[in-house]
Design a binder for this molecule. Structure first.
Ligand SMILES: NC(=O)c1ccc[n+]([C@@H]2O[C@H](COP(=O)([O-])OP(=O)(O)OC[C@H]3O[C@@H](n4cnc5c(N)ncnc54)[C@H](O)[C@@H]3O)[C@@H](O)[C@H]2O)c1
Length: 469
């Protein structure tokens, strides 16, 4: 017979197990024994074979004018419509789908005001996007819907022969990350996660410095998404159906890992010579959302809600195959000012963001002066930020990084070049969400990463944006 404390531990374990099953995407794990569950977690990193060709370096025939459709034109998708329109003849907008007719119509009206006519609208039902994707005059679909829709929409789009650009994070279960990889390989379509921060002026300059050995051998990075979103998440009009807050009720862990992590992964050559090996994750006490919930309108669905699963601050430590470490944080609840940290340490130098500062061997123990800092960032400025400077100034988007990203995506398709980021990058960076949650559920245990590249991470490859412009 089990003691009371054993009973408690078993109940706790089974509760965790149900959550772990959901994160793995393996259905009802309550039916499994604790040993089987532990085995299932261990299986996350078991290599998987594919019958299909890898999409690393995928090249498709040049598309002179990329025909684009959009699913989801809320906060983010509306901006993407504007950016694609600003690309002129490089792209043509064919259709827009949003479950909220008013939002689809707003974007269509915007396009009309710019002289873009005959844009089809799909907004009748929650599945109208499927009808849109059955058209044969669409090359690229840009998906900016809530997280729970990303995978179904991306998979269906690729199966209809479309290239996909989807918003961050790409997926939030392990199986869904694999679904994206498997479908991209089966259909030989591009599936790029729109990690705009990888196109930032500061991030691309640091990438150039890393590439030229300025920091020496990289050993450690720090990245984050720290952004007080309480007001927006609770607002009845901030996000469609307050979708983002619902994730905080259900899941602990790093819900939004890719903005800070993407650039650091690129500095370290993740999937291009190194890979994420394992992580451990821990969350703090949850208190900010519960206290904030007391202050919202009484008719707000989340008024006085006090069952938030997500701790205020999630800290995850990742170790790479080469032994580098990364501290990754997620906090959208406290009053800590915005930061992605953007820190990278090597044997010759160190950079830390917010605000951007540099320190180099042989230059004393402090930060470089403002003038010295400027010299580095002028010398290593990525050429795309010079060549597009007028368009960046006109179209902006998070200081210009959004425009550079959209330009590069469409330009690579115009020229038949591999895209800068592929489905493996999206899966590697997004899988942090379920792995961090599993680590927490299992008592902060180490969890190994799946290898979505199926061994090809060992090939040293340069990023597209570092080779072709
Ligand atoms: N990269 C960035 O800087 C950045 C910034 C903001 C948001 N995002 C990402 O963009 C995505 C969308 O976020 P948001 O802030 O725009 O949210 P939002 O709620 O403002 O927009 C989502 C849109 O999807 C629509 N939608 C929902 N279900 C649909 C369906 N079945 N068919 C068609 N349309 C549907 C909604 O009506 C809404 O207009 C998320 O993945 C988010 O993480 C990224």
């Amino acid at each position: 017979m089990m003691s009371n404390s054993n009973n408690f531990n078993r109940r706790k374990f089974l509760k965790s197990s149900a959550m772990v099953g959901a994160l793995l995407g393996v259905g009802n794990v309550n039916a499994l024994s604790p040993d089987a569950i532990q085995q299932t977690v261990a299986n996350i990193s078991t290599p998987r074979k594919s019958q299909n060709k890898s999409v690393i370096g995928l090249k498709v025939a040049p598309i002179e004018q990329v025909r684009v459709a959009f699913i989801g034109v809320g906060n983010r998708g509306t901006g993407h419509v504007k950016l694609v329109e600003a690309l002129g003849k490089k792209a043509k907008i064919i259709a827009i789908s949003d479950i909220r007719d008013k939002y689809a119509q707003n974007s269509i009206d915007y396009l009309k005001s710019k002289g873009v006519k005959k844009v089809a609208k799909y907004s009748a039902t929650k599945d109208s996007w499927k009808e849109m994707l059955q058209r044969d005059d669409i090359d690229l679909v840009i998906i900016s819907t809530p997280w729970e829709n990303h995978v179904e929409m991306s998979v269906y789009a690729m199966q209809q022969g479309k290239h996909v650009a989807l918003e961050v994070p790409a997926a939030f279960t392990v199986e869904d990350c694999w679904k994206l990889v498997d479908t991209a390989e089966a259909t030989q379509r591009n599936c790029m996660m729109l990690e705009n921060v990888c196109y930032g002026d500061e991030e691309l300059a640091i990438l150039q410095m890393v590439d030229q050995g300025i920091f020496g051998t990289l050993t450690h990075g720090e990245a984050a998404y720290i952004h007080d979103l309480k007001e927006l998440m609770f607002s009845k009009t901030g996000y469609y159906n307050q979708w983002r807050l619902r994730h905080h009720i259900k899941y602990d862990g790093n819900l939004y890992p890719t903005h800070g992590l993407g650039p650091v992964a690129q500095y370290m050559g993740i999937a291009r010579g190194d890979r994420f090996g394992h992580l451990v994750s821990m969350s703090s006490l949850e208190a900010n959302l519960t206290e904030y919930a007391k202050t919202v309108e009484k008719d707000n669905e989340f008024y006085q809600q006090d069952k938030f699963a997500h701790g205020d601050m999630n800290s995850t430590l990742i170790q790479t195959a080469k032994g580098r470490s990364i501290l990754l944080q997620h906090d959208v609840a406290t009053y800590r000012p915005y930061s992605r940290i953007n820190a990278i340490a090597g044997t010759k130098g160190y950079h830390e963001g917010y605000p951007s500062r540099l320190s180099f061997a042989g230059k004393g123990h402090g930060w470089l002066t403002a003038e010295e800092h400027q010299e580095y960032f002028t010398k290593y400025k990525h050429p795309i930020w010079d060549s597009l400077k007028d368009e960046i100034a006109k179209n902006g988007g998070h200081g210009g990084m959004d425009f550079v990203m959209m330009y590069r995506l469409v330009d690579c398709l115009n020229k038949g070049l591999p895209l800068d980021m592929d489905v493996y990058d999206g899966a590697d960076w997004s899988v942090i969400t379920p792995l961090s949650q599993i680590s927490i559920q299992m008592g902060n245990t180490p969890v190994k990463f799946p290898d979505f590249t199926r061994g090809r991470w060992q090939e040293e490859r340069k990023l597209g944006i570092m080779q072709t412009l």
